[in-house]
Design a protein around this ligand. Sequence first.
Ligand code: SF4
Length: 161
Amino acid sequence: MRIAQLLQDSIVDGQGMRFVVFTQGCLHNCQGCHNPSTHDLNGGKEIAVADIVKKMASNPLTDGLTLSGGEPFLQVQDCAALAQQAHQLGLNVWCYSGYTYEQLTADNRYLPLLQQIDVLIDGPFKLYNKSLNLKWRGSTNQRVLDVGGSLATGKAVEYLL
Ligand code: SF4
């Protein structure tokens, strides 16, 4: 898969200690994006999912995997495989996406990854909704969602912090 960066031991990309995969490639073009170097679909570098899993498994203190970007849903199959491996290691999976939950559920191509995510921070970053007081998200339009609960009930369910 194509990534911008791997980050170990993050405490700001979700609950607990996280292994973060910043995927490379994004088409959302959010004004004020904090990570514009991740937009180029041909940027970053290629790495095998198995190599990422080895790094992810190397720290027993890690609580979970966070997929960030870039846009993880541009690499559905690789991200889904990685998330599945994370679950097998006993880790939870959080994911940031510029798509809303409703956009993701409207397209079956996204399901393999969506089904592997525990918590989704959804929607594009909107500069005019920016707030520094939000936990784990940059703008007030973004939601922190319980994906299992959302898929079970057929509507977006907030993750209770
Ligand atoms: S979805 Fe994320 S990476 Fe993509 S443009 Fe928006 S803020 Fe930047």
